[in-house]
Design a protein around this ligand. Structure first.
Ligand SMILES: [Zn+2]
Length: 135
């Protein structure tokens, strides 16, 4: 399905194709810090379907404990996260669900990871498969 996204101030606009029902949640500590939220919801879009329509996001390169690097793109004006991707020749973009116009039409999450970092007050999500760490 086609989705359109934009940051909070509207400087950055983009569109892409995603698969309905393929959203994933991550409860890891990095995601909590990067979002300021208890977990992050993302959905993958194949690189060939992703089109930046307006604006140029700023990029933060996160280095994992494994040494793997990942680009975290955000709006330099309003700070809203917009996507993540590989630093070189990305094959997909991980779109931030909260920035998508169709965010309520994507279906239920297909899975959630790093649930051992889930905040103690957050209830388990009924029927959403869990992985305690990185699958
Ligand atoms: Zn913005």
């Amino acid at each position: 399905m086609r989705v359109e996204g934009q940051c909070h101030c509207g400087a950055i606009h983009y569109e892409a194709e995603v698969e309905h029902g393929s959203m994933r949640l991550c409860h890891c500590l990095d995601r909590q810090t990067l979002t300021g939220a208890p977990f992050r919801a993302s959905i993958q879009a194949p690189a060939e379907t992703f089109r930046l329509l307006a604006g140029e996001p700023r990029k933060y390169i996160k280095t994992a404990d494994s040494g793997a690097k990942r680009v975290h793109a955000f709006c330099g004006e309003c700070g809203a996260p917009v996507f993540a991707c590989a630093p070189v020749a990305p094959t997909s973009y991980s779109l931030r669900v909260g920035a998508l116009k169709q965010r309520s039409e994507l279906g239920n999450p297909a899975g959630q990871i790093w649930t051992k970092r889930r905040l103690p007050w957050a209830p388990p999500l009924n029927g959403v498969p869990e992985s305690e760490g990185q699958p």
